[in-house]
Design a protein around this ligand. Structure first.
Ligand code: FAD
Ligand code: DLZ
Ligand code: SF4
Length: 512
C-alpha cells in the first residue's frame, strides 16, 4: 500500500521512525516550507535560513537514493501556508492508503495533528520519536511517585541506559559528575581555537535571498551565517569540535568572553535538534576521544551530561507537564521585555555583548543565556510569556520542547521549582568572575548603590526583597535571606529606590 510520509523540518534524520520501512517503489515523502511554521514566532533570520536550506538539502539526498520527495517551497503558488493544508493537498494528489509521520516535537504541532486526523480520508499513523534515549513512557515511569524530579538522578539512569562512560555498572572515574572542576575563569593567555564555520554556497544563498525578501524585519543578521546545512558538514563540525575544543570544554564551560561566544562549546545543538546529527553519535564521538586520551574526563562527562542528561530531562518535563506548564507564573512577573533584547543598546556591557552575539550568530552559549540574558529577565521581573517568545525565536536551536523548560523553569522559576531547586539569581560579582565584560563596562561592578553601580547588584537584592514571601522558605536561599535580614532599613530603601529608578528608565516599546 502506498504510504505518504510527512517529514517535518526538525526531522532530517535518515533513520527516523517515519522513514524506516519506506518502499521507494510506492511511497512518497512530503516536505513543506510553510508560513505557519515560519511565523508562529518571528524566527531569527539565521534560524529560517538554516532550516529551509537543511530541509532542501535533505530532500535532495533522499531523491539521490531514488526516493520520490514531494517538496513544497515557500514561494510555490499553490502553497496553502500550513502543514495541515499541505498534507490535505498531498493526500488528494497522491491518494495514499495511509499517512505516516514521526510525532512532532512541540505540543502546538501535536495538537494540530489530532485535529487533521479526523479530516483526512486515510489512516494516519504517528510513530514515537526514537531519536531520544528516553521514551515518554520511561520518563513517566521515572517521574512517577517522586517528590522532586532532579536532573542528576535522571542522568545516572540515562548513563546506564546508554552505556556511556560506564566502567561495568560503575561510573567511569568513580563519580557520576565532575562539575566542580568545570567552573574556571578563562585566563587572558588561553588560546581560543578558530571554529569551523560554513560559508553559504549557491543553494544557501538562494534561501538567504528568500528570507531577506519574505522576512526583512525579522531579528538577526545574515552576514556571518556559518551553520552547516547538510549531515556531511555537520559531521565535519562535530569532528572539528572533538579535535580542537572538547579538551577544554569542561574547564571553561561557564566562561564568557566579549566578542567570542563560541569558545570551547560544541556548536551542535541546531544539528542535533533538526536531526542532522543524532545525540548518541555525538556522545559516542566524545567518549571515543576520552578513551583515546585526547580529552579529560571532566570535559567529556560534562559534555555528555548536557546531552543525555539535560536535553533528555527537559524534554521529559515538557511532555509530562504540557500544556499547563507554559501558563504558570509563580513569581507573578509582569514587566514587558526591555528593548535592549532587540537592539543590544544598553550601557550594561555584558547584556550588550550577549544580545549582539545572539543577533549575529543566532547563538549564545549556555551561561550567556542563563546567567546574563536570563538572570537579567528574572531580576527585572519580565513576564514569562515575553521571555519565552524571545528565546523561542532568537536561537537557531530553539524549539519549544527544549526552550520552554530552560526558560520557564531554569531561568524564571515560573514553575515554582519543579525543574530547578532555586532561581539562578546572581549579582554582578558572578558575571565579573566568569567573564571579561566588566572591565569595559560603564557601570562599576564593585559598587553596590547609586547611578554608577552595576544594576545587577541592587536588582539582585530587590528581587529577593520583592519575592520574600515566596522564596525565603527555600533552603538553598537561606544564606542570602539571612544576610538580607541584617540590612539596615535605610539600605533596603536604597536598594528599592535604585531598582525603581533603573527599571523605570528601561525602554520597553517593541511589540514582540
Ligand atoms: P554545548 O555547550 O556544547 O553543549 C552540548 C549539547 O548539550 C548542546 O548542543 C545541547 O544539545 C545540550 N544541552 C546543553 N545544555 C542543555 C540544556 N540546558 N537543555 C537542553 N540541552 C542542553 N538548547 C537548545 O537546544 N534549544 C533551545 O532553545 C535552548 N534554549 C535555552 C534557553 C535558556 C534560557 C537556557 C539557559 C538554555 C537553553 N538551551 C537551549 C540549552 C543550551 O544553552 C544550548 O543547548 C547550548 O547553548 C547549545 O550550544 P552548544 O551546542 O554549543 O552546546
Ligand atoms: C521551525 C520550522 C520552520 C521555521 N519552518 C518549518 C517549515 O516550513 N516546515 C516544517 O515542516 N517545519 C518547519 N519548522 C519546524 C517545525 O516548526 C517543527 O517540526 C515543529 O516545531 C515541531 O517540533
Ligand atoms: Fe554587566 Fe555589571 Fe559587569 Fe557591567 S559591571 S558588565 S552590567 S555585570
Amino acid at each position: 500500500p502506498k504510504t505518504l510520509r510527512l517529514l517535518l523540518g526538525d526531522q532530517l534524520t535518515r533513520g527516523i521512525a517515519s522513514l524506516k520501512d519506506l518502499d521507494p517503489e510506492t511511497d512518497v515523502v512530503l516536505m513543506a516550507e510553510v508560513m505557519e511554521e515560519a511565523t508562529y514566532v518571528p524566527h531569527h533570520k539565521q534560524k529560517l535560513v538554516f532550516l529551509f536550506a537543511a530541509m532542501r538539502a535533505f530532500a535532495e539526498e533522499l531523491q539521490g537514493e531514488g526516493i520520490e520527495v514531494d517538496y513544497v517551497r515557500l514561494d510555490d503558488a499553490e502553497n496553502t501556508g500550513s502543514l495541515g493544508g499541505e498534507l490535505k493537498r498531498a493526500v488528494k494528489r497522491h491518494k495514499p492508503s495511509r499517512v505516516t509521520l514521526t510525532e512532532p516535537g512541540e505540543w502546538r504541532v501535536r495538537e494540530m495533528f489530532d485535529d487533521w486526523r479526523e479530516e483526512l480520508d486515510c489512516d494516519v499513523v504517528i510513530r514515537e520519536d526514537d531519536r531520544f534515549v528516553c521514551s515518554h513512557a520511561n520518563f513517566e515511569r521515572w517521574a512517577d511517585g517522586r517528590k522532586a524530579l532532579r536532573m542528576e538522578f535522571f542522568y545516572r539512569e540515562m548513563r546506564r541506559a546508554a552505556g556511556l562512560l560506564m566502567d561495568g555498572d560503575k561510573p567511569e572515574g568513580g563519580q557520576w559528575n565532575f562539575d566542580v572542576e568545570n567552573r574556571k575563569k578563562l585566563p587572558k593567555s588561553q588560546k581560543i581555537p578558530k571554529r569551523l564555520r560554513f560559508p553559504a554556497d549557491a543553494k544557501t544563498r538562494e534561501v538567504i535571498a528568500l528570507v531577506e525578501k519574505r522576512f526583512p524585519k525579522n531579528f538577526g543578521t545574515l552576514e556571518d551565517f556559518g551553520w552547516a546545512v547538510t549531515r556531511d558538514d555537520a559531521l565535519k563540525a562535530l569532528k572539528e569540535f572533538i579535535a580542537s575544543a572538547l579538551e577544554n570544554f569542561g574547564d571553561y564551560q561557564d566562561a564568557m568572553k566579549a566578542g567570542g561566544p563560541f569558545l570551547f562549546h560544541g556548536l551542535v545543538s541546531p544539528y542535533i535538534n533538526a536531526g542532522l546529527l543524532t545525540p548518541l553519535e555525538v556522545c559516542e564521538a566524545a567518549e571515543t576521544a576520552y578513551r583515546a586520551g585526547k580529552a579529560p574526563l571532566n570535559a567529556v562527562e560534562g559534555f555528555i551530561r548536557q546531552i543525555i542528561g539535560w536535553r533528555e530531562y527537559v524534554r521529559g518535563i515538557y511532555w509530562l507537564k504540557m500544556p499547563e506548564y507554559r501558563e504558570t507564573n509563580h513569581l507573578g512577573a509582569k514587566r514587558k521585555l526591555p528593548d535592549l533584547y532587540w537592539t543590544a543598546e544598553t550601557d550594561m556591557n555584558c547584556l550588550a555583548n550577549c544580545v549582539a552575539d545572539t543577533r549575529d550568530h543566532a547563538y549564545a552559549h549556555h551561561i550567556q543565556r542563563l546567567m546574563v540574558l536570563g538572570n537579567f529577565a528574572l531580576l527585572a521581573g519580565v513576564s514569562p510569556r515575553e521571555v519565552q517568545d524571545w528565546y523561542l525565536l532568537v536561537y537557531a536551536d530553539a524549539y519549544e520542547w527544549v526552550e520552554l523548560p530552560n526558560v520557564h523553569g531554569m531561568v524564571l522559576f515560573a514553575d515554582g521549582g519543579l525543574l530547578g531547586s532555586k532561581p539562578y539569581a546572581a549579582s554582578g560579582a558572578y558575571i565579573d568572575r566568569m567573564s571579561d565584560y566588566c572591565g569595559d563596562c560603564a557601570y562599576d561592578v564593585k559598587a553596590k548603590a547609586g547611578e554608577k553601580a552595576c544594576p545587577f547588584n541592587y536588582l539582585y537584592w530587590d528581587f529577593l526583597i520583592r519575592n520574600e514571601k515566596k522564596l525565603s522558605g527555600n533552603n538553598r536561599l537561606a544564606m542570602p535571606y539571612r544576610n538580607l535580614a541584617r540590612f539596615e532599613k535605610t539600605r533596603v530603601e536604597e536598594i528599592r529606590a535604585d531598582a525603581r529608578r533603573f527599571l523605570e528608565s528601561l525602554p520597553a516599546t517593541y511589540e514582540g
